[in-house]
Design a protein around this ligand. Sequence first.
Ligand SMILES: Nc1ncnc2c1ncn2[C@@H]1O[C@H](COP(=O)(O)OP(=O)(O)O)[C@@H](O)[C@H]1O
Ligand SMILES: [Mg+2]
Length: 255
Amino acid sequence: MMTADAPLLSIRHLSKAFGPVQAVRDVTLEIQAGEVVGLVGDNAAGKSTFLSLLTGYNQKDSGEFLYKGHPVTVSSPRESRNRLKIEMVYQNLSLAPDLTVWQNMFLGEERRTLGIFNDRRNMVEAADRVLKELNARAGATDLVGTLSGGEQQLVAIGRALLFDRELIIMDEPTAAISVAKIVDVLRLIRHLKDRGKSVILVSHRLEDVLSVADRIVVFAHGSIKTIMRNQNLEVTDLINVMFERTKEATDGEAT
Ligand SMILES: Nc1ncnc2c1ncn2[C@@H]1O[C@H](COP(=O)(O)OP(=O)(O)O)[C@@H](O)[C@H]1O
Ligand SMILES: [Mg+2]
C-alpha cells in the first residue's frame, strides 16, 4: 500500500447529528495538496458543523479521516492540528488583544528549550519572518489589539505557516474586515496555495470564492449537493445550484 499519491485529506462518510437535527450527513470529500476548495451553501446547510468535525471541536457520529492515505482519529482540536495539520482561522479572530503578535502566534505552542530569553528572541524572530513573508505591516512585538482586522487575520495565518500546517480553514474570513482588505485575504489565499498549502474557504461572497477556488462544493441540508470545477463559472451559476429546489420538493408542492 503506497500513499505518495494519496490526497492530503480524505473525508469519508462523515455524519453528525445534534439531537433530531442531522447537521452533516454522509459527506465524502477529498482535498488535494495545494488545492483551494470553496464551500458554499445556504444558512444552516451544515458548513460550519462539517468544519468543526475536521478541527476537532465536535466529534463525528460516524465517518473516517485519512491524512495522506493513513487513517487518523481526531478527538480534539490539538489532534486536528497535529494529525491533520489543520489550522482554523476563525471569523471572530479568536486572538488575545492584550498580547503581542508573537505571543498570539505561539499561544499554547511555545517553544521550550533551555534559557527563557533565547526562546523569546527565537519566537520573535520566527514571527517577524512569517510577518515579512505575508507582507504584514505589523511587527512581532506589536499588541494584537492595536491591529486592523486584516492584519489580525495575518497573525492567524502566520500561525499556520509557523507550525507547518497543511490545510488552512477559513469560515467567512472577510466578515470581520473592510471591503478594501478582502483583496488582501484573497491574495493571501493564493500565496498559501503557491506555498503548496490547501485551503477550505467558506464564504457568502460568491465572487470571492470564484476568484480563488479550484473546486466549489455546494452544501445543502447537511450533504454535498454538487462539486464543481471552477471553470467558466459565474455567480449566477452558483446561485442556481444553491437555491434550485430538488425535484421531489417541487413535486411535493400542491399547485
Ligand atoms: N451546537 C449545535 N447544537 C445544535 N444544533 C446545531 C449546533 N450547531 C449547529 N446546529 C444546527 O446544525 C445545522 C447546521 O448548522 P451550521 O453547520 O451552522 O450551518 P452553516 O454553517 O452552513 O450555516 C443547523 O440546523 C444548526 O441549527
Ligand atoms: Mg456557518
